[in-house]
Structures are given as C-alpha cells and as structure tokens.
Write a protein that binds this ligand. Structure first.
Ligand code: GDP
Ligand code: MG
Length: 159
C-alpha cells in the first residue's frame, strides 16, 4: 500500500466475473469464488441473478454477428448466474489467467476452464477482457453500485 514506487507498476482495476448458468447448475460456485478469494483479490459485489434478456444481449453485443450469438445468449439466459466484481492490481489480466483460454480443451490444467470444462459453449465462467470492459460490464450488471469496504488482510497481501 502507500505511494512508494514499486518495481513493476500495475494498476488497480475491477473485473466483472460471472459464473455462467452451467457453473451454477454444476455446483461450481464455491470452487470458483474460492479461487479468486484465495488469490487475494477483493470482492466488491456479488449476486445470484436471473439475467434480463437485454442485459445478456448488451453484454455480448460485440459478438452479435457471430454464428453462435443466438445460442450464446440462450445459454446465458438458461438459468441464474453468479455475478461478481473483483478489484485488485492487474486483476483483469490475472483473472483471465485464472479462468484460462476460451476453449476449455485449449485451457491449461490449473485454470478454471482447464480443470472444470470441456466445451466452448459450456465454459462455466466469464471475465472481462480489458480494464475498460471491466468498468463497462460492471456498470451494466451492477447499476446499483459496488460495496466499499476495508480488506483487513491487505498488509499481508501487499507490501
Ligand atoms: P471469453 O472472453 O474467453 O469468454 O471469449 P469470447 O469473448 O471470445 O466469447 C464469449 C463467449 O462466447 C465464450 O466464453 C463462449 O461461451 C462463447 N463462444 C465463443 N466462441 C464460441 C464458439 O466458437 N462457439 C460457441 N458455441 N460459443 C462460443
Ligand atoms: Mg470475452
């Protein structure tokens, strides 16, 4: 903490992370949240959510021209999701590493998708792909805002 210079400067960011309906149905919520908690990131928002169609379509609008777009929106609407926002230095890229490659068969073992999924159309989790999208997706999924709190173990996580 504090303003001391660090060897590598990494920005504090937020990432929108979501356990998709297959992850909820398969009972993977605790497993997935646990990985982010154990890493040390700070949870800023969390809800079990029955996604409105407009939110799902807005979330994936950049993929609207893809042949799988309709199935993708249907997949995301097929049951409740667990929507979360995690904060931390470099959390966006780090979360993507924890999550693994989009296609679970190409995801490294040790990653969430690498350990827990086999198909791209059932890849259990979403994570923002850039800090800007972390902000944008957070505003879309949590218009009610985030929870402000002090993480008391911070001195044990950050020099
Ligand atoms: P992500 O950022 O790793 O989630 O991947 P993308 O942003 O490229 O795609 C968003 C989501 O669309 C993925 O997580 C998959 O659920 C789905 N998706 C991506 N590519 C394909 C595909 O080729 N086929 C199908 N069925 N779904 C896909
Ligand atoms: Mg993406």
């Amino acid at each position: 903490a504090g303003s001391r210079a660090r060897a590598v400067s990494v920005r504090n960011e937020i990432s929108y992370v979501m356990v998709k309906p297959d992850g909820v149905q398969r009972g993977l919520v605790g497993e997935i949240i646990g990985r982010f908690e154990r890493k040390g990131f700070k949870l800023r928002a969390l809800k079990l959510y029955s996604t409105p169609k407009e939110v799902a379509e807005e979330h994936y609008k950049d993929l609207s021209s893809k042949p799988f777009y309709k199935d993708l929106v249907q997949y995301i609407l097929s049951g409740p999701v667990v929507a979360m926002v995690w904060e931390g230095d470099g959390v966006v890229a780090s979360a993507r590493k924890l999550i693994g490659a989009t296609n679970p068969l190409a995801s490294e073992p040790g990653t969430i998708r690498g350990d827990l999924a086999i198909e791209v159309g059932r890849n259990v989790i979403h994570g923002s792909d850039s800090p800007d999208n972390g902000e944008r997706e957070t505003a879309l999924w949590f218009p009610e805002g985030l929870v402000k709190w002090d993480q008391t173990l911070e001195p044990w996580l950050k020099e």
